[in-house]
Ligand binder design. Structure first.
Ligand code: S3P
Length: 393
């Protein structure tokens, strides 16, 4: 299927590390990070970098710039300016960085010149690949040694890229050791299709009964817990041609369902490996038999929107009969018959994953949905609506 973008997590890491890749199918987040990384290279003065909507770009680039010892200001759009940045400023400051956050919490981030200590050790309390990668980027650009202990394992694309580029990186259980004193070998990276984009088509196939085979999809285990959830919900997943290129596994994927779709329970330790797919799981849960519970997912509140409260208010708009419970760290969905006749309006608040998830729900009930904003789709998947039309209309 043409038009599905390459993995945006990997592409943004490559952009920051100066690794070449085929950039034909990329999203706005990747563009912003590439532009910012280029602007950084070509400027000698204190530079102002706009990361748009990209939390990954902002957090990882902050680490990289701090490691270089340079000064810069990093800013983003309204949504990114509300997302927590203390989570990276705290460990970086402990390491020796001089960072100022707006209101002590947010972007714009002002990075002042500083020098990091040659060795640093950090225990990650929050399961976040962005914090982990921010620190690894700082170790790369400063040439220092770092030891990170993860509490829950999060996506490991940075570690894999560092290994691919002959970096001195080692993993022992939940500990990561990286020695930035050895320079990386610059290589061209072959980036697979973004699993988090493909997930919408797998869900749409399950909800509509169509079958699309999607080739060359990133199937890194730290990203694909969604497939395990689909299986638990009763779906069949076919994975073919599994191979590793540029140190990242990829395969051809197909999803189908023979029996009923069933509710599922998702608890904390799975959450980091399906964090971006939770809004989509909630959509599947609306059409399943039995309740679905998600707990240990407080991080959802700090994404492009508060993905717990906005998700639940939209589920209620979509089907007023549905029974919902909200928790600080998750939610419970008790699906009910859908008998809506009125026009459906969904609020995305500019959150691309909210938009795409409800667009998939619309396919199941064959009804047009009014969204407050559709342009946010470009953040991760610019050709989403063209492909949906092609495959399901
Ligand atoms: C990302 C990590 C995740 C994810 C985001 C991309 C990355 O965020 O939600 O879409 O590229 O490292 P956290 O690591 O903050 O959970």
């Amino acid at each position: 299927m043409r038009g599905i973008p390459i993995d945006k997590s990997i592409a943004q890491r490559c952009a920051i590390l100066g690794l070449d890749f085929d950039g034909k199918e990329i999203s706005e987040d990747v563009k912003h990070t590439m532009e910012a990384a280029n602007a950084l290279k070509s400027s000698r003065e204190d530079v102002e970098l706009d990361l748009g909507n990209s939390g990954t770009g902002m957090r990882l680039l902050t680490g990289y710039i701090v490691g270089l010892g340079e000064a810069a200001i990093l800013l983003g759009d309204t949504s990114l300016s509300k997302r927590p940045m203390k989570r990276i400023a705290d460990p970086l400051s402990e390491w020796g960085a001089k960072i100022e956050l707006t209101n002590n919490k947010f972007a714009p981030i002002k990075i002042n010149r500083s020098e990091l200590k040659p060795k640093f050790k950090y225990h990650l309390e929050i399961a976040s690949a962005q914090i982990k990668s921010c620190l690894l980027m700082a170790a790369v650009s400063s040439g220092s040694q770092i030891e990170i202990e993860e509490h829950l394992i999060s996506r490991d694309h940075t570690e894999r890229l560092l290994e691919e580029c002959d970096g001195l990186i080692k993993k022992e259980g939940k500990k990561i050791f990286f020695d930035g004193r050895k320079k990386l070998t610059k290589k061209k990276i072959d980036i697979p299709k973004d699993f988090s984009c493909v997930a919408y088509f797998l869900a749409a196939d399950i909800l509509t009964g169509r079958i699309n085979e999607i080739k060359n999809v990133g199937v890194n285990k730290t990203r694909t817990a969604f497939l395990d959830i689909l299986k638990e919900m009763g779906a069949k997943i076919e994975q073919k041609n599994l191979r590793i290129i540029s140190n990242e596994p990829r395969a051809d994927l197909k999803a189908s369902i023979a029996g009923p779709l069933k509710g599922v329970t998702i608890l904390g330790d799975m959450v980091p490996n399906l964090i971006d797919e939770i809004p989509l799981i909630a959509i599947l849960a609306m059409f399943a038999q039995g309740k679905t519970v998600v707990r240990g997912a407080k991080e959802l509140r700090y994404k492009e929107s508060d993905r717990i409260s906005l998700l639940l208010s939209n589920l209620k708009k979509f089907n007023p009969n549905i029974e919902l419970r909200e928790f600080e760290d998750g939610f419970e969905i008790n699906p009910k018959e859908h008998n809506m006749n009125k026009d459906l309006s969904i609020t995305t608040n500019g959150d691309h994953r909210m938009l795409m998830s409800f667009a998939i729900a619309g396919l199941r009930i064959n009804k047009a949905i009014n969204f407050d904003d559709t342009s946010c789709v470009d953040t991760s998947f610019p050709k989403f609506f063209n492909l949906i039309e092609k495959c399901y209309q």
